[in-house]
Design a binder for this molecule. Structure first.
Ligand code: FES
Length: 108
């Protein structure tokens, strides 16, 4: 079995809430995917069949940037986004773990 670098098999952050589902808005369509504890937004989007574009999967390149429309996430690592990007609602899909009861993102 191949593991996705730095993301698969990690536990959900202790004591943090998580959504039942993640809403993914991609290319004008809305997809609802059940959330699996500890998964990133990228992993969730792949399970939904609407993968967020990605490259390094390490938080370095920024290819996986998405806009957070609702909810909160924790980014495990971020070497691509500025504080201004984050303040504008952008997060890295490959590093973001939802930590709120609701989560909705937009990309593509
Ligand atoms: S794929 Fe490179 S930062 Fe997410």
């Amino acid at each position: 079995m191949t593991k996705e670098s730095g993301t698969v098999g990690q536990a959900h952050p202790a004591g943090k809430p998580m959504p039942d589902v993640v809403v993914l808005r991609a290319k004008g369509r809305r997809h609802v995917q059940r959330y699996r504890a500890g998964d990133t937004l990228l992993e969730t989007s792949r399970r939904a069949g609407v993968p967020i574009p990605s490259n390094c999967r390490l938080g370095d390149c920024g290819t996986c940037v998405v806009r957070l429309l609702r909810g909160q996430v924790i980014m495990r690592r971020n070497m691509a986004l500025t504080d201004e990007d984050i303040a504008a609602g952008l997060v890295l899909g490959c590093q973001s773990i939802p930590v709120s009861a609701e989560c909705e993102v937009e990309y593509g």
